[in-house]
Design a protein around this ligand. Structure first.
Ligand code: AMP
Length: 209
């Protein structure tokens, strides 16, 4: 299964991607995670990306396209993948299409998780990650255990979240008609408990719940 997960920041893409990877036995390829890892490792690419990420802006297309095309060469991606956070612009989608055509491995489906904007701001600003396990919590809806070592992503602060949502509306929303016209788009309501959203995704993709 070659699948793209689309959805605005804090729509639950990361959480649902983890479920889908396990279910489908394919890796999750998250450009946000790859960029954060590059930043943590202090590579030149990571430092360049950080300039954009801290402002809530998109990293230039050629940087993320390069990262994804390299990652898709890895052995584990040959049996399929879940792309989380990529593509985010039409040029990225065009580049992905060309890349997959060159491998004769077209996309199977694009899943958009829909959540209203007001909820997204609350979700992102109250989202915390346990640095030891990578597990994501929400201070109100999914509180962490007392021993968690919590981190708040710098780009989850309110003013940055609002900029990221504006970026999403300006650039990424264009991917809905793009994949709709290609007959690949599934849309799922992302409001509710993570397990409820998972069940909707499973039904939409006709996977066992
Ligand atoms: P995410 O974890 O997917 O929300 O990504 C965090 C940040 O990384 C974004 O706000 C962007 O600055 C950058 N980023 C991640 N994926 C992409 C992409 N496909 N294109 C451009 N920038 C990206």
């Amino acid at each position: 299964m070659r699948l793209i997960l689309l959805g605005p920041p804090a729509s639950g893409k990361g959480t649902q991607a983890a479920f889908l990877c396990e279910r489908l036995g394919v890796p999750k390829i998250s450009t946000g995670d790859m960029l954060r890892a590059a930043k943590a490792a202090g590579t030149p690419l990571g430092l360049e990306a950080q300039r954009y990420m801290s402002l809530g802006q998109l990293v230039p297309d050629e940087v993320v396209i390069g990262l994804v095309s390299e990652r898709l060469e890895d052995e584990d991606a040959k049996k399929g993948f879940i792309l989380d956070g990529f593509p985010r612009t039409v040029p990225q989608a065009d580049a992905l299409k060309a890349l997959l055509e060159s491998k004769s491995a077209p996309l199977d489906c694009v899943l958009q998780i829909d959540v209203a904007r007001e909820l997204l701001v609350e979700r992102a600003t109250l989202r915390r990650t346990d640095k030891r396990t990578g597990q994501i919590y929400h201070l109100k809806y999914s509180p962490p255990p007392p021993d968690a070592e919590l981190e708040h992503r710098a780009d989850d602060r309110e003013e940055t979240v609002i900029k990221r949502l504006d970026e999403y509306d300006a650039m990424t929303a264009a991917l809905l008609p793009y994949y709709g016209q290609a007959g690949l788009l599934h849309r799922v309501d992302g409001v509710g408990k993570p397990q409820e959203v998972t069940a909707r995704i499973a039904a939409s993709l006709k996977l066992e719940a």
